[in-house]
Design a protein around this ligand. Structure first.
Ligand SMILES: [Fe+2]
Length: 247
């Protein structure tokens, strides 16, 4: 059933990095998303320093066009936006000033930082770029797993925070699950997304994750993290989305 949810983090583009292996798998992933209430996604393949990001974006657009045609033939209404999971490590020099790929036509960037080490080191450097960023799967960084309070610092620095569905049900281990529950309770998570890479994980993550989420958050809050905030980021801009999600 379409609940107007938007998935801001996914690897649904076929034959792209470690995501979907085929067009057929992509279509099945989208069907699983649609069953869970989603009507739109951002395809966010990994963008890493040294990548040809212009080529990545043009290949993404071509694949999104082909996926769109296939969905239309099957009478499935679903919107796919461009995007990327931009890797940022303070110690790596980014030579290309246009390195970061935004989510759709927005001016917001999904950013992944290194899993190990102090998050503050990377976050300070990211802050200096002046970009509007949403931090990917905030609950998965070791530093935050050990001390979830550190996520508040990221939030106070002005970043939006994204959590993965899988973390809610222990896909990344018990410690990450515990951190995810703490962060949800704190009310500092702006967006929950799937980060799905293949069809095998898509179904169980969406079904179990959705059930767990509904036990942890009120229906209003569920709509905020799955519908209002992600679509707000895509359509109304970062500043509006950031201020709305503070309410
Ligand atoms: Fe990802």
């Amino acid at each position: 059933m379409d609940k107007g949810y938007t998935d801001l983090h996914s690897h649904i583009l076929y034959e792209t990095d470690d995501g979907s292996g085929s067009l057929e798998e992509t279509i099945n992933m989208i069907k699983a998303l649609a069953d869970a209430g989603f009507s739109a996604s951002c395809a966010t393949p990994h963008n890493i320093p040294g990548n040809d990001n212009i080529l990545l974006l043009s290949k993404s657009r071509e694949k999104i066009r082909i996926i769109g045609e296939t969905l239309e033939q099957q009478h499935i209404g679903y919107t796919i936006n461009t995007g990327a999971e931009n890797y940022f490590d303070a110690s790596l020099e980014i030579k290309n000033p246009d390195y970061f790929i935004p989510l759709g036509n927005s001016e917001t960037f999904l950013v992944e930082i290194p899993f190990i080490g102090e998050t503050s080191h990377h976050i300070d450097a990211l802050h200096k770029t002046g970009l509007h960023c949403i931090i990917a799967h905030v609950e998965r960084y070791m530093d935050i797993v050990q001390n979830p309070d550190k996520a508040t610092v990221l939030k106070q620095a002005g970043f939006l925070l994204q959590m993965n569905f899988g973390s809610l049900i222990g896909v990344y281990g018990a410690d990450v699950m515990k951190a995810a529950h703490v962060l949800l309770k704190k009310g500092i998570v702006d967006v929950i997304a799937t980060d799905i890479h293949d069809i095998h994980h898509a179904g169980p993550i969406l079904k179990k994750g959705m059930k767990r989420l509904e036990t942890l958050l009120s229906p209003v809050k569920v709509n905020q993290v799955l519908r209002d905030n992600p679509s707000g980021i895509l359509n109304r801009g970062y500043a509006t989305a950031a201020s709305e999600s503070k309410e």
